[in-house]
Design a protein around this ligand. Sequence first.
Ligand code: ADP
Ligand code: MG
Ligand code: MG
Length: 208
Amino acid sequence: MNTACFAAWIEEIARTVHAEKDRLTRLDAAIGDADHGANLDRGFTAVSRVLAAKQPETTGAMLTMVGSTLIRNVGGASGPLYGMAFRQMGRVLGDTPDVSIAQLCTALEAGLAGIQKLGAATEGDKTLVDALAPAIQALAQSVQDGVKPEEAISAAAAAALAGAEATIPMLAHKGRASYLGPRSVGHEDPGAASTALIFAALHAVTTR
Ligand code: ADP
Ligand code: MG
Ligand code: MG
């Protein structure tokens, strides 16, 4: 994946987040404060604007820009968390011109570590970690198995989606949803749903 490929991924995230804004907000209305769709749409609209003005020259600079722009523009828990993840990915990629699936996987692992350092959520806490962690596991497994990049990304996208759906019966232990206690059960976590969108966007651009 080169900078053009990362730019296409980011634009596709912005497009799908905008298209799915209301669904994300509805999910957040059930167990949060009904702003997740608006938060991410504001963030990725800002990212698109920055990207249109001047495309960063390296893959690392591109993802660092995404992270910093999200931190600046998204209020709420998801801004700093996603922002941290993209910034960590950017730091790991640096000036790598053509990012392999193995390198993408390493970068995503650093992103997840950053999210967990900041938010202290582990799998099962009903957060975006429940979509991100299995997606990365699927990607790592694919790298180990030596499957084609498209198949690896397809497996990661499927795992993220399954991970998001698996948050429905969970009891929230982190974020706003945790204030609801047992009433958080029976609803999909909005952040896990947006993480699934981010991987679906990656799948969409790699199969174009
Ligand atoms: P806020 O809850 O501040 O309104 P958002 O609605 O944008 O922020 O984002 C909510 C999402 O953030 C949750 O659905 C969850 O996935 C994620 N989240 C919240 N707290 C944490 C945390 N400590 N660790 C990981 N993810 C978290
Ligand atoms: Mg919210
Ligand atoms: Mg909020």
